[in-house]
Design a binder for this molecule. Structure first.
Ligand code: SF4
Length: 327
């Protein structure tokens, strides 16, 4: 398949305005949006990456990362190319901003693969930004849902609310990147804005399982006040939303040194003041087991990407506290 007619745009003569994401690109014929995967051809907006797969692997769910959604399970993880943000530290820049090779996989074909993969709970749309792979993710997620598979988005959350509302009924879990709790950071490092991402977290929480990831970069988004602000804001929705604080390493256009371990520890301490479940990513030896927020008993033990459940997945066996976990 070459191109697929896009959803979520309006036409004014031969010009189109895409509102799939908050950039709201206005495109004349022949022009392509900031995501590089939606183009105006003769007054019609097309998706350029429909069904074009760059990577497809069965991964541990912990690798997404999702720690409270079927711990210890595996999920078929698939990505395409393109992105609507331009983060200087992008670890997937070859597919997010490059021109990688692709293989066409139909929505039915992908659902078939997921259904036949051993010990696989569903499909994770990941690697590049899934929200700008929208039409394909929507079509595939519908079929996967009919087959009893789970659908997971690993997303930057930079999506228009209407488009999100149309997709959410087919999604079971999201890991949403909140890259910083600062509009200035989004503007200067990611070429985006913070508020639409927060809107996505708000809209998704309570309807799907949600976890949040924040990549900590020394001095750029590591201010304790800012991190406390993030923790407090997430807690305002639900203090049991798990958050993953991930250590930055140099990548793509950013060559600052890796985030200091002291910064990671301070970040975790700040966020823990407000949230029940705080995990540290990209730090060897970090304790990422899950503990009951009330009595402190261990509930899930993790080694690498493996996880062992030590309770019934609902309530703490010691004190009876309800635990935010899907099993
Ligand atoms: S999805 Fe792409 S074309 Fe549409 S508004 Fe966002 S960046 Fe622009």
């Amino acid at each position: 398949m070459e191109f697929k007619k896009a959803l979520h745009y309006i036409r004014d003569g031969d010009t189109v305005r895409c509102f799939l994401c908050p950039h709201g690109c206005v495109l004349k014929p022949g022009q392509t949006g900031r995501c590089s995967v939606r183009r105006n051809k003769g007054g019609v907006l097309y998706s350029l990456n429909y069904g074009k797969v760059t990577a497809c692997n069965v991964d541990p769910i912990e690798k997404k990362p999702l720690y409270h959604f079927y711990p210890g399970s595996r999920i078929l993880s698939v990505g395409s190319f393109g992105c609507n943000l331009k983060c200087g530290f992008c670890q997937n820049h070859a597919i997010a901003h490059g021109t990688p090779g692709t293989v066409f996989v139909s929505p039915e074909g992908l659902a078939d693969r997921a259904a036949s993969a051993e010990d696989n709970i569903g499909i994770a749309y990941t690697y590049n930004e899934p929200s700008i792979w929208y039409e394909y993710v929507l079509d595939t997620a519908r079929i996967a849902r009919e087959r009893g598979l789970k659908n997971v988005l690993v997303t930057n959350g930079y999506i228009g609310i209407k488009a999100l509302e149309q997709l959410l009924p087919f999604i079971d879990a999201l890991n949403i990147d909140v890259k910083a709790f600062s509009d200035a950071y989004y503007d200067s490092i990611c070429s985006g804005r913070l508020s639409p991402v927060l809107d996505t977290v708000k809209a998704a929480a309570g309807r799907c399982h949600v976890e949040v990831t924040t990549l900590i970069v020394d001095e750029l988004n590591s201010s304790i006040d800012e991190l406390e602000g993030l923790g407090e804001w997430v807690a305002g929705i639900d203090k049991s939303i798990p958050i993953h604080l991930s250590r930055y390493y140099p990548a793509y256009q950013m060559d600052r040194p890796p985030t200091r371990l002291e910064t990671m520890a301070a970040a975790a301490k700040a966020v823990k003041k407000h949230l029940d479940y705080v995990y540290i990513g990209n730090v060897a030896g970090a304790d990422n087991d899950t503990y009951c927020p009330d009595c402190g008993v261990k509930l899930v033990e993790r080694k690498g990407y493996g996880a062992s459940l030590l309770f019934d997945g609902k309530k703490c066996g010691d004190c009876g506290k309800q635990i935010n976990m899907v099993v």
